[in-house]
Design a protein around this ligand. Sequence first.
Ligand code: HEC
Length: 205
Amino acid sequence: MQNFFLRRIFFPRRSTSYRRLAVRLTALILISFAWTNSSAETSIERGEYLTNILGCGGCHTEGALLGNPTGQWLAGSRIGIAYTEDLDDISPGIVFPGNLTADKETGLGRWSKDDIKTFLLTGMDHYGKQATTVMPWPNYAYLQDQDLDDIAAFLKQLAPIKQTIPASITAGAPVNNAFVRIGVYLFVPEEDTERRPNPPGELND
Ligand code: HEC
């Protein structure tokens, strides 16, 4: 059906009249208009797309770190992530993926778009605090300016959700929060030395 019409529009028969030609031209213009319009994304839509593929919600959503998101998407996680590496340590340093919604008290409501961009590039937050690299800002520092603009535009329009996320816990301090450890469960079979990863610092040698 659709093919038939498209064929008639793109390959008119020779005996066609000017009136018919005009109708076809109008149809062509309408089709191309609909086409460009449907693929034109707003900055906010593109920001949402980037936020999805960069996995921000995988950490910044309650329950997501345990593989079972239960809270509002991007409203923060009260389950922390240990950043000190000793597996036996029961009071490691712990950081918490914050509330990225626009709530003024508990989220990014007071951050400007530039604050968000600077943070993604440097890990330096709106309050002058340097984030650990558990938040993968060194990777996000490769984002291009337009990407950063779009992510910031998307985050700033998220409906504010009031959810207080705990402050980070320094190593050795008592821990009352659930936490996960990322990147420390390394299993390398003894005999399989080929697959042993490079120690840090030797990756680019
Ligand atoms: C691997 C988990 C993880 C991912 C993925 C992640 N974050 Fe984070 N993020 C964190 C943690 C943990 C912190 C707190 C870091 C600290 O205090 O040292 C944080 C902090 C932040 C902060 C500072 C404010 C706050 O609420 O703590 C912003 C803004 C932020 N992340 C935005 C993002 C965005 C945007 C993305 C996706 C592009 C993202 N994060 C992806 C874990 C993550």
